[in-house]
Design a protein around this ligand. Sequence first.
Ligand code: ZN
Ligand code: ZN
Length: 408
Amino acid sequence: MNKQKILLLVIDGLGDRPDERLNDQTPLEAARTPYLNYMAERGATGLLDTISVGVRPGSDTAHLALLGYDPAKYYSGRGPIEAAGVGLNVGKGDVAFRTNFASILGNGQVVDRRAGRIESSTAFESALNKIKVPGFQFAFKAGCEHRGALVVRGKGVSPEVSSNDPGVEGNKEKEIKPTSSALEAKATAAAVEVYLKQARRVLASHPLNKKRRKQKLPLANTILLRGAGAALEIISFKEKYGLDAACIAGGGLYRGVAKTLGMDLINANGATGGKDSNILAKVNAAKTALARKDFIFIHMKGADEYGHDGDALGKKAFIERVDAAVRELLTLENTVVAVTADHSTPCQLKAHSGDPVPLLLYGKGVRRDCTRKFGERDCAVGGLGRLRGLDLMPELMNISGRAEIYGA
Ligand code: ZN
Ligand code: ZN
């Protein structure tokens, strides 16, 4: 059987609900998308519940499921994935957090949970990595803007600890507490508290904060830790599917998922992981990489960000930009293309919802159905029906001629 290559394009938060501002169409339905429609007309569509019906997925669990890894089995918090994404090693027994630099007042009140979306926080790395806590090692690495990751190593480090993030600006920074009665959890929470106390001292006197004070910018004078998790013990994508895979994504989380599964990371020029990302550069990088890879995962973040902002028109325009780049995918040879999302981010909710996402498959061997347009309601009558996220990889393995026979 001829084995085809696979290209998976995930448009983050693509799914939406009919919106008054768009004549009761969704942003995808209202967008002018001739190339996605071309693929829908010649391919097959359906709806996908990335986790299961009615579940509101996080981007992390949804991506694991789309790539065929049951999050119920493998997911242990966002920390280890973010850490892998910024290039921190999370070894067996380590615990990782995702971090935000934030601004606090002397009384512990958090006044800005993102420290004014500080442009870059890498300048803090070396000072923070000098902090010593007896019996433990801490490694910090900055990501985009205020984001980063912290890894804790030591004997009996436990992920069973809470977050210090108050969640709401104006509330006080919380204390990190054990979430179980295990001694390891208590010891870990205490060690992290010691680290944080020193970190706040280091940050207060750091030259970058002195400069920010002069410029009247919010100080990055504490670190909020969330998503504590242990290293993921996971079989690689190559082992699981026999596919040599690469990921093209700007955001740390998506790069982290790919890295955790052993995929190569490809950097595309101007791929920022945001609304302004160079979409065409990513698609072109994917085309080039297909020459030597079996599987390419491209991630586009912008649609989700417009959804969180409640900006239906912005989301529609972003989808049109994606469509313009999708043109490049129409003539790929020997490749099955899948276009879908990790979850819906309806503009009227400004949050992720449990609504299923549209799915499109295009390529040789795809059983063409009657849909002629790529939209939520068109996909609802598509030939692929309604699948779960974990069904996507088996479906792609089958169409690409790579599925093993079950029985004889
Ligand atoms: Zn997402
Ligand atoms: Zn989101």
